[in-house]
Design a protein around this ligand. Structure first.
Ligand SMILES: [Zn+2]
Ligand SMILES: [Zn+2]
Length: 237
């Protein structure tokens, strides 16, 4: 259903070499060569609910059985480790918005594999974890929005930016304790719209502790969402 032609037509990058190994690319818009894609150490033996190492990829791990997260599933391509962690840093901090389509395509390839294997189904809509407007202004673009746009188009899912908004600037979650992270994000988001019976995806470039995801999922459940999944390029293990 999601044919290659849909995304080959919509992805244009200015470079004709692989962002990871710098070899020439046959299809310049792919951004990553076939060899580098095949060599990525993808998340295979992880729990479907929390995406952390587990004995089975089909059954929730002990942590999730004891304390089930609000979301149904986390899908991420790799651990937050090189080479994708470097590519994401380059994308976000070195003003390289053209990497958005490359990262979106990597996620799509990973997702399509699981979709064809019947491991997951297509959601109704995608929401992005929002940047605070001050950060967006500093960076010049919203890294999550630029990845979701092509992804939503290829998958024919609804996407409207700004349905989920940050109401205030928050401290970076890095280095905070679990309790501090919760307090830091309390009432930090606002959700608009009715999600009754919708299967919703929340997208972030990297999922670290899951506290942000928890806050956003809570709002979606209150707004009637039938299920919530989280998608990311990387998951910190
Ligand atoms: Zn390569
Ligand atoms: Zn788990």
């Amino acid at each position: 259903m999601f044919t290659k032609t849909v995304f080959t037509k919509t992805m244009l990058t200015m470079v004709g070499y692989c962002w990871l190994c710098h070899q020439n690319l046959y299809f310049a818009h792919h951004g990553i060569c076939h060899f580098c894609w095949q060599s990525l150490k993808r998340l295979e033996n992880v729990c479907p609910r929390c995406s952390l190492p587990a004995s089975s990829r089909d059954l929730p791990c002990g942590r999730c059985l004891k304390e089930p997260p609000l979301w149904q599933r986390i899908i991420a391509v790799t651990d937050y480790a090189p080479p994708l962690s470097q590519l994401i840093r380059r994308y976000k901090y070195h003003s390289t918005p053209q990497l958005a389509a490359v990262l979106a395509r990597l996620f799509l390839l990973h997702w399509l594999q699981g979709y064809r294997d019947g491991r997951w189904s297509k959601p109704d809509c995608i929401l992005g974890i929002p940047l605070h407007r001050q950060k967006r202004w500093q960076r010049g673009f919203d890294q999550v929005e630029l990845i979701i746009r092509p992804l939503a188009r290829w998958l024919q899912c609804q996407y409207q930016p700004n349905l989920l908004q940050r109401t205030r600037a928050t401290l970076t979650q890095r280095g905070l304790s679990a309790a501090q992270r919760k307090t830091n994000l309390k009432h930090a988001f606002q959700l608009r719209g009715d999600f009754t019976d919708q299967h919703v995806v929340i997208f972030d470039d990297v999922i670290t502790t899951g506290t942000t995801l928890h806050e956003a999922t809570q709002l979606l459940i209150h707004a009637g969402a039938r299920s919530v999944q989280a998608w990311a390029i990387c998951r910190t293990l």
